[in-house]
Design a protein around this ligand. Structure first.
Ligand SMILES: [Zn+2]
Length: 886
């Protein structure tokens, strides 16, 4: 057939010349006129027909643009060591490509025999098949479609996928013409039957969610396609005509009938012998299929992990933002693009988190269950109505105002669900859909990052069984108040980094108010007087943090937080306007204590601390390193390139102070026997959120605990997060050489006055502290008395290295006067004697509580009693301090 432009224009020309000729003839007979008219009509109709045909062909896709290879391939996730973590598939992409030489010849023959017996001879369309189908259709009056060759089916499946929606006869006709035309063109262009058959066998729908012969072989027989025998091949070949009806798992009898047809065709076409035929018919292939299903179901976990959930989110966002895909395109790529995604997950570390989070002994004994509920019913009027957990809560609050969605057992919660549902269904409504789930409480989340690379090694988004994919992820999605973990990031980092302050810089820890008059409460409800930044970090003193941020300014603090990678902060822009029209900003003094508009996610808090652990360089948390496309080309590659947020010296100084947090401050519960640790605790004012973020020279780990509904954590539930941190990090570091955080050359050690942080002069109490070489104090202390009569310098030096004698209650100078004289030389045990007069009463009783934690220090005057609670180990402060932040 030739539908080229030349032949059409030739026919058009002949039509024109004919009509012209007719006009010239004057005397023509009626018969001749009629004849001419008839011919004209025939020609016109023919031309129009040819023209229409041309149009159909012209509208067909260009054969050079056609890619007959299938589109939907499974995507694979690999862990940091290259082990396969998971196969991601969309409903139509559970496809594992194989080459034709991997596909058994018996399977090739079986498919050809049943689907397209003249496949190896025809040129893309089967003229004999079309004619036979045409005759059959005419005689039967049934206008079903005629024979479709393998080449045509391949085009239908991979190129004309949107043609399944055609409705009219004309559309069907048009499509059929184009399909046949292109089938011929494709065969001409490719000129290789094996290539066409290979693509076809990788494309076909073989039921049970499998596409292509390899996926089907894995699914039905739990083996590779190259291991299939004739019997199994015939089984697969029998499916393709109707993948639901001939699914050999669900309908073995139907498949068996079809399989026999396949074998009939094969023997008739000479592909197999009678002996083979008989043997296969006697083979009980279906019990093998059933057995394979049991094996499959044991190995297949269809619920994605929290890491995988977040990874998929990230990959889709990156494909949109970096590669410019639409969301739909990106999703299609992820689930059916045949990508290879190399993740940063460390399977060994993830396993440790999984195991510890699954261990009930790591949680408070008293477990409660938070209900998540949704119900859709059809009411008697036929309308669908939705009910939520909030509506259920309101319903029961009518009878009990204290009612909430926390239950002592799932059974108790279920009984309320049942009662609620009963009340809804009382009018004859019927259930359309219902979702009931219970999450154990209090909850917790954890993330682990390798600070040197930014690789997210493991995350866990909650305790309790994960029952579905893409569920609430408390490590990456939920924002919670960070409490005192923010002191380091919002306040002390900028203070040390660019405000000329040092760890020896002192502030008065004393009763203090915010500008609006509300008090800044210390967790201990007590005050320690002159306090260095190092001590304020160690013991998490709120007053000092707030005073320090006043000097730093909240605006600068917020800028540092942005640089530390937080994306959930409020900046007072239009984006921060709430429904009531209020525009929120976090550039306020409570920022020092982590009082935020929206809170932060666990992973971002972890990444910010990882920046300190990484010498001040922030690296965006990475969930994967590269994505390869279906052909193995790099689609996206991630690097660990970071940005410097704070100087190396600042990072090390903060680390040094946070080592004190763990050795003698609020974080002693997170000491590791096998590794050096620096870290910071965080508690919000009403114990809604508890944190510990810490790092070793190897890894950074953030743990959060709290109730999903933001309830206050009971007293016995305020430490389990630290225990989880310690257990997980101990196991992660097993076998790793213990080492210290390397002090950079830009830091030096110096003795300074403990009260002023300036160069000491005779009479100054002295501490040793580390400084950035650019921030070494140059001024001498001007606050102490010199030449005091019974002052003994050497004694003093020894004494003051304990750095705690300075007392606090308000009037510093007076106090110093008294104390220096009296306390000289003796610190422990001598307080009663020497301090008598002013101090006896308070000290004797209360100081016994202080042993150890107060390091002979803070004792002097009026503070004694309170201090027992304050610095006494890591929890004393937390539990007794009322509702102040720690
Ligand atoms: Zn001094």
């Amino acid at each position: 057939m030739n539908y080229g432009k030349k032949s059409v224009s030739r026919k058009r020309n002949s039509l024109i010349s004919r009509t012209a000729m007719m006009g010239k003839r004057a005397h023509v007979s009626f018969i001749r006129v009629l004849f001419a008219v008839l011919i004209t009509i025939c020609v016109v109709v023919g031309c129009v027909g040819i023209g229409a045909f041309r149009g159909i062909i012209d509208n067909a896709p260009d054969v050079n643009d056609i890619d007959i290879s299938p589109l939907g391939y499974a995507t694979f996730l690999y862990d940091g060591d290259g082990n396969q973590l998971r196969k991601l598939t969309a409903p139509s992409s559970n496809r594992l490509p194989v080459s034709i030489d991997q596909i058994p010849v018996d399977l090739q023959h079986a498919v050809v025999a049943i689907e397209d017996e003249r496949f190896y001879e025809h040129n893309g369309i089967d003229v004999r098949g079309i004619l036979r189908a045409f005759v059959k259709n005419i005689t039967s009056g049934n206008l079903s479609e005629g024979a479709s060759t393998i080449t045509q089916q391949l085009l239908k499946n991979n190129v004309f996928t949107n043609w399944t929606k055609e409705s009219t006869w004309l559309e069907r006709f048009t499509r059929k013409i184009q399909e046949q035309y292109l089938a011929v063109e494709v065969e001409k262009k490719i000129n290789n039957k094996d290539v066409i058959l290979e693509n076809y066998l990788n494309t076909i729908n073989l039921g049970a969610g499998t596409y292509g012969v390899q996926a089907a072989a894995r699914k039905y027989f739990n083996k590779d396609v190259w291991d299939l025998n004739l019997s199994e091949s015939a089984t697969l070949a029998g499916i393709t005509q109707n993948p639901t009806q001939f699914n050999p798992i669900e309908h073995p009898e139907e498949n068996a009938k079809r399989r026999k047809e396949v074998l009939d065709h094969m023997i008739a076409q000479g592909y197999i012998t009678q002996a083979q035929y008989d043997e296969v018919l006697n083979d009980d292939v279906y019990s093998r299929i059933q057995a394979a299903q049991i094996e499959n179901s044991e190995t297949e976990n269809t619920v994605y992990s929290y890491f995988e959930d977040e990874l998929i989110d990230q990959v889709i966002n990156d494909l949109m933002n970096i590669k410019g895909y639409t969301r739909t395109q990106a999703q299609n790529l992820v689930y059916s693009g045949g990508l290879s995604i190399y993740t940063t997950q460390d399977s060994a570390i993830q396993k440790i988190l999984d195991e510890e989070y699954a261990d009930p002994s790591n949680y408070p004994d008293y477990v409660q269950y938070a209900l998540d509920y949704a119900l859709t019913v059809k009411n008697p009027q036929g309308e669908e109505v939705n009910y939520s957990k909030e509506m259920l809560e309101l319903y029961f609050q009518n009878e009990d105002p204290e009612f909430d969605l926390l239950f002592d057992s799932q059974e108790e919660g279920q009984s309320y669900v049942d009662r609620y549902k009963e009340s809804i269904l009382a009018d004859g409504s019927t259930v359309v859909a219902e979702r009931v789930s219970f999450a154990p409480q209090p909850q917790s989340s954890m993330s682990v990052i390798d600070q040197h690379t930014g690789y997210v090694k493991a995350i866990i988004g909650g305790r309790g069984e994960k029952t579905a994919s893409l569920t609430l992820n408390r490590a990456t999605d939920t924002t919670r108040q960070p409490g005192s973990t923010f002191k380091i990031l919002s306040t002390y980092a900028p203070a040390l980094n660019e405000k000329g302050m040092t760890l020896a810089t002192t502030f008065e820890d004393e009763p203090y108010n915010y500008p609006d008059g509300s008090p800044v409460n210390n967790a201990s409800r007590s005050y320690n007087g002159t306090t260095t930044i190092r001590k304020a970090i160690q013991n998490s003193i709120n007053v000092v943090a707030v005073k320090c941020l006043e000097e730093v300014t909240p605006e600068l603090g917020l800028q540092y937080l942005d640089n530390f990678g937080f994306t959930t902060l409020a900046h007072g822009t239009e984006a921060d306007r709430d429904a009531d029209g209020t525009v929120w900003t976090d550039a306020n003094l409570p920022l020092a204590l982590g009082g935020l508009t929206n809170g932060v996610t666990n992973i971002e808090l972890c990444a910010a601390y990882a920046a300190i652990a990484n010498s001040g360089n922030y690296i965006e948390p990475l969930y994967y390193t590269k994505i390869l496309d279906h052909n193995g080309n790099v689609l996206i590659e991630k690097t660990s390139a970071g940005r410097s947020v704070i100087k190396e010296s600042t990072a090390w100084l903060l680390t040094s102070a946070m080592e004190d947090v763990v050795t003698q401050g609020t974080g002693t519960a997170c000491q590791l026997d096998n590794m050096t640790v620096a870290g910071k605790t965080g508690t919000t004012d009403a114990y809604n959120d508890l944190w510990f973020v810490g790092y070793t020279p190897y890894y950074t780990c953030a743990v959060w605990s709290g109730f999903d509904n933001n309830e206050k954590l009971p007293e016995d539930a305020r430490n389990f997060h630290k225990n989880l941190w310690k257990k997980v990090m101990t196991r992660i570091h097993e076998g790793l050489p213990d080492k210290d955080f390397d002090m950079p050359a830009s830091v030096e050690k110096l003795s300074v006055c403990a009260e002023t942080g300036l160069l000491p002069r005779a009479g100054c109490p002295i501490i040793t502290e580390y400084f950035d070489i650019g921030d070494v104090p140059t001024d001498e202390c001007d606050q102490h008395f010199y030449g005091y009569s019974d002052y003994d310098n050497s004694d003093m030096t020894e004494h003051t290295t304990e750095e705690g004698i300075y007392n606090s209650d308000g009037t510093q100078t007076d106090n110093t006067d008294d104390n220096t004289g009296d306390n000289t030389g003796d610190n422990t045990g001598d307080n009663t004697g020497d301090n008598t007069g002013d101090n006896t009463g308070d000290n004797t009783g209360d100081n016994t509580d202080n042993t150890g934690d107060n390091t002979g220090g803070d004792d002097g005057g009026d503070n004694g009693g309170d201090n027992g609670d304050n610095t006494g180990g890591d929890d004393g402060g937390d539990s007794s301090g009322g509702d102040a932040e720690e």
